[in-house]
Ligand binder design. Structure first.
Ligand SMILES: COC(=O)c1ccnc(N)c1
Length: 228
């Protein structure tokens, strides 16, 4: 998978050089390009924003730099999906991550300020698939944190990125339920024992216990996932 990110804070994504995603980059499973939006400006101050037409507080990101940045990235690609993180987007879920993990080329556009001139979305949609994606009902100062979360959620689903693919199966939201509680050694810690069933060696009973734990936790914390 090829991932390109357009941002005014390119160093923000240095963190992608560590851990699993860093290994995925080194192994070539993920090709990453981070592009500074200001490199597509032509004035002395490398201006990327201006006041909003119609008045209002804050600044809006100018269309010209975005147009030039995306022109270059879209020209190189056969069928990119351009994703703009936005509180106005469809909510990102594990199903979204699974779908996006199938893509060959993702282009992330990190907005800042009061957002990006609408014509950028309209112009880009004439040449590529465009999605506005929200991480939930809250506002951030910019799209970078959202993109980092999405890249981690997507990247770990790419075959070969996570060492043991089995570990992806029993996680929260993978089967529509929240994950069961996990325990490791010691068997007793500060007087708290590991549930005896987990020490029984009875794999059928353990699986049934874990499923019940998932259902109980989901009912308690996220009844909406059960359609309740
Ligand atoms: C500037 O971006 C945001 O505020 C944002 C992006 C994605 N999801 C959100 N909930 C907020």
């Amino acid at each position: 998978m090829r991932i390109d990110i357009v941002t005014i804070f390119p160093t923000f994504f240095d963190a992608l050089d560590i851990s699993l995603l860093g290994k995925a980059k080194t192994s070539g499973l993920i090709e990453l390009g981070v592009h500074d939006l200001r490199d597509f400006t032509h004035d002395r101050h490398r201006t990327v924003d201006d006041t909003p037409y119609g008045g209002g507080a804050g600044m809006v990101m100018k269309p010209e730099p975005w147009g030039e940045a995306l022109d270059g990235l879209l020209a190189e690609s056969s069928d990119p999906l351009v994703i703009f993180p936005s509180p106005a987007g469809e909510v990102f879920t594990q199903a979204t991550a699974r779908a996006l993990a199938e893509e060959a080329h993702l282009v992330f556009g990190c907005g800042r300020y009061e957002g990006i001139d609408q014509r950028v979305f309209d112009d880009t949609a004439e040449r590529a698939r465009v999605k506005l994606v929200s991480m939930g009902d809250y506002v951030l100062n910019g799209g970078e944190v959202a993109v980092m979360a999405m890249i981690e959620a997507i990247g770990r689903l790419i075959p070969g990125v996570v060492g043991n693919p089995e570990s992806l199966v029993e996680e929260s939201h993978e089967n529509g339920l929240l994950e069961y509680p996990s325990y490791t050694k010691p068997a007793v810690w500060r007087g708290r024992e590991v549930p005896p069933i987990l020490l029984s060696g009875n794999h059928g009973a353990i699986a049934a216990w874990r499923r019940e734990q998932q259902l109980e936790r989901t009912r308690r914390v996220r009844p909406d996932l059960l359609g309740d």
